[in-house]
Design a protein around this ligand. Structure first.
Ligand SMILES: [Zn+2]
Length: 236
């Protein structure tokens, strides 16, 4: 577990340690943002204990690799209203995903297996959070596109954005890292609405964040990440 900012810890797990779960200090315990994959459940539980105990889970979105531990933690789980149906569904692959669009054949074959292995199954959603709400001192922002109810968290004081899959810091369609310091819009194969996904990356860019903590891989840092993110929104 790594402290990535004041009151924020990152736990990385599963494949290439690329699956991220964030713990946010809250009321003597922690709120967990995103829930990683099912095989991470013991590590997640132990980490939350060390940080004073888990108060609740907030899902950045409901994809299999972001909801995986949520059914096993015994605390209320929340997400955006537009994500409730997919979070509560037993499908490991969201209905709008079109994996046939993935450009590399072995990756295309592998993902359905991976998504099923990562998934912890349906999650009972006990409450919703929307843009304008606050989670552990962070402002909730809606970034639809990759998923309809994708949300991120924003803290103005240190320009920190924790954004789930608004951006990828990894080339997941080819299963290889992106060049150092680059970001990308997630591949259209995963997207609910790719045009909206690009708009959401521009919305994130306009915040001029200094740190972007994404759903996969290590945080992206810089004085002002606006140009990096705007460049990402221009690609594919
Ligand atoms: Zn996703």
């Amino acid at each position: 577990m790594e402290k990535v900012a004041d009151g924020v810890w990152l736990l990385r797990g599963d494949l290439r340690k690329a699956m991220n779960v964030y713990f946010l200090e809250d009321d003597g315990g922690v709120v967990m943002f995103d829930a990683g994959t099912k095989p991470m459940r013991r590590k997640v539980r132990a980490a939350a204990e060390r940080l004073g105990g888990l108060n609740r889970v907030v899902l950045g979105h409901a994809h299999a690799d972001h909801r995986g531990t949520a059914p096993y933690l015994g605390v209320p789980v929340e997400c955006h209203p537009d994500e409730v149906a997919d979070a509560e569904s037993d499908a490991s692959i969201a209905p709008y995903m079109d994996l046939s669009q993935l450009p590399v054949a072995p990756v295309r074959w592998l993902y359905p297996l991976l998504l099923r292995r990562w998934d912890g199954g349906p999650v009972k959603i006990e409450g919703t959070v929307s843009e304008g709400d606050t989670v552990a001192g962070f402002q909730v922002l809606h970034f639809p596109g990759h998923a309809p109810g994708l949300i991120g968290l924003w803290r103005e004081s240190d320009r920190l954005a924790i954004v789930s899959d608004v951006v990828y810091l990894v080339d997941s369609a080819r299963m290889r890292p992106l060049p150092e310091g680059e970001a990308s819009v997630p591949h259209p194969a995963w997207a609910w609405d790719h045009a909206k996904a690009k708009e959401s990356v521009r919305k994130l860019a306009a915040l001029e964040p200094a740190t972007v903590c994404a759903g996969h891989d290590l945080p992206l840092r810089g004085e002002n990440l606006r140009p990096t993110l705007e460049a990402a929104a221009e690609k594919h």
